[in-house]
Write a protein that binds this ligand. Structure first.
Ligand code: NAD
Length: 471
């Protein structure tokens, strides 16, 4: 018997839920079972797999209330939990629509007239997915759905910090006969995640850089592909021609939606010095209008800080910045309310890159704003961190913004908007620097990651090849 893990409720601070991680032995057996069932899943073909996923969607819809309730208890917020379920369901629709064409075999002639090429692909048998707590449903299924459609079996290990949603989701999985033998969610912490790496053929990991490095090492030792989606410190650059009304609204949303607990949150803002004060005034005015979702989930826009350890990091970054001279325009502290941790949207000025809040991932609703005098300076500041996830550029003309975007070390750049990667699934992108490794999760490439290409090279005549010894 393994030791249960107590799960904290982010609104009350109470440890009101337990999960029991599987023993190493049980996990191994589960992986073996999934691996055995995968062959049938692959053989039934894409149309039947699509049918099974559509049934899963219906089964999830019938669990919608309990799934929403579990996600609200996991994260302390309501509207984003509803959005997570909707995005998950539309992701099933999207992949069901795209998959038949993507999985088609192709045939063609080659440069050698009597050699014909049949191009096909085979799925990795067992895919492991390890996910974080900030969007528990979305990030545990974003890779799972394309992997299943590709023909893989999948085992998912969500974060131990937000695991309540697993029960209603498993009820929906178990309602689909074709699916239940090839998909499972296991509860557990880091140890279970590390154990999982022993048994899978490919790993999709979403989480921190620190854990991502461990996962990369473990995967390298087993020589399996690792797709790593890690932390970020996304910059926004506001050029002097930008529409300030638009830029402040977009940046506020991009920084504090989900209380800033998003990998692609805007965490640093560089503004042309000619409009710096006006920008800050507008941003503060708009930030002050937002309310905490306290005492009820519907009281305001800003939910609690989900993970207690994250509240500690946000506090540490604020104290470090203030001690080094940062000025608080609004917000500015992490407060305890009835056992939960909360932080009002915070605008900081007089910031610089000696402060943690400008170079390390904060993962909270903090908006440090720094002026720049030349575009080159803004680009250098934006690139002066270990991360390279995404960014946002604001300018009057698209061409002016794009000219800057081309120099930013990041895989996805929103122009005159913020956080668009969270909404636009079509754009293939890579994570730069320490923000990740491996192929794009977005775009059709997201499905192709789960396939190994196979070429059948067919000789079409019965005469000796000119390069043979006896020709
Ligand atoms: P984390 O790295 O602490 O944990 C992520 C997952 O890894 C959890 O399920 C955890 O149990 C598991 N884990 C821990 N140790 C492990 C080990 N040794 N081997 C295998 N698995 C292990 O991250 P977190 O705090 O849950 O999530 C927040 C981080 O996730 C932030 O850095 C955020 O930027 C990042 N994130 C990135 C993306 C993206 O798409 N790039 C999306 C969301 C979150």
């Amino acid at each position: 018997m393994t030791k249960p893990i107590q799960v904290r409720n982010p609104r009350t601070g109470k440890l009101d839920y337990d999960i029991v991680p599987p023993s190493g032995n049980l996990l191994e057996q589960q992986c073996l079972g999934l691996r055995q069932a995968q062959n049938h899943w692959q053989q039934i073909g894409v149309e039947r797999r699509i049918e099974a996923l559509k049934q899963w969607k219906q089964a999830v819809l019938s669990q919608r209330d309990s799934l929403t309730e579990a996600l609200v208890n996991d994260t302390g917020r309501l509207s984003i939990s509803v959005l997570e379920i909707d995005s998950f369901l539309s992701s099933i629709d999207r992949w069901c629509k795209l998959a038949p064409e993507l999985l088609q075999e192709s045939e063609k002639n080659t440069a050698i007239p009597f050699i014909h090429l049949k191009q096909t692909s085979v799925p990795y048998p067992l895919v492991g997915v390890i996910s974080p707590w900030n969007f528990p449903l979305l990030l545990s299924t974003i890779d799972t759905i394309p992997a299943l459609i590709a023909g893989c079996a999948v085992i998912v290990k969500p974060s131990e910090i937000a695991s309540r949603f697993v029960k209603p989701l498993m009820t929906a999985i178990n309602a689909v006969p074709d699916l239940r033998d090839v998909l499972t969610f296991v509860e557990g912490g880091g140890e279970t995640g590390a154990n999982l790496l022993e048994y899978v053929d490919l790993i999709c990991f979403t989480g921190s850089v620190a854990t991502g490095l461990k996962v990369a090492e473990a995967a390298a030792k087993r020589f399996i592909p690792a797709f790593l989606e890690l932390g970020g410190k996304d910059p926004a650059i506001v050029l002097s021609s930008a529409n300030l009304e638009l830029a402040t609204s977009a940046i506020l949303w991009g920084s504090v939606v989900n209380t800033g607990q998003s990998c692609l949150s805007i965490e640093r803002i560089y503004v042309a010095e000619s409009m710096f004060e006006e920008f800050v005034d507008k941003l503060v005015t708009k930030a002050e209008r937002l309310k905490l979702a306290y005492p009820t989930v519907e009281s305001g826009e800003i939910g609690p800080i989900i993970a207690e350890r994250q509240a500690e990091i946000i506090r540490e970054h604020l104290l470090d910045a203030i001690a080094k001279g940062a000025v608080v325009g609004c917000g500015g502290k992490v407060e305890e309310k009835n056992g939960g941790w909360w932080c009002h949207p915070t605008v900081l000025t007089q910031v610089n890159h000696s402060m943690k809040v400008m170079t390390e991932e904060t993962f909270g609703p903090i908006m440090p704003v720094m002026p720049f005098s030349t575009v080159e300076e803004a680009i250098n500041l934006a690139n002066n961190v270990i991360y390279g996830l995404s960014a946002a550029i604001f300018a009057e003309e698209e061409s002016e913004a794009l000219a800057v975007a081309r120099y930013i070390d990041a895989g996805a750049i929103s122009i005159n908007d913020a956080g668009l990667t969270a909404l636009i699934y079509e754009g293939a992108k890579n994570s730069f620097k320490f923000s990740g490794l491996g192929g794009s999760r977005m775009g059709t490439a997201g499905l192709m990651r789960f396939l190994r290409k196979k070429a059948f090279l067919v000789k079409t005549n019965a005469v000796p090849d000119p390069w043979w010894f006896d020709s």
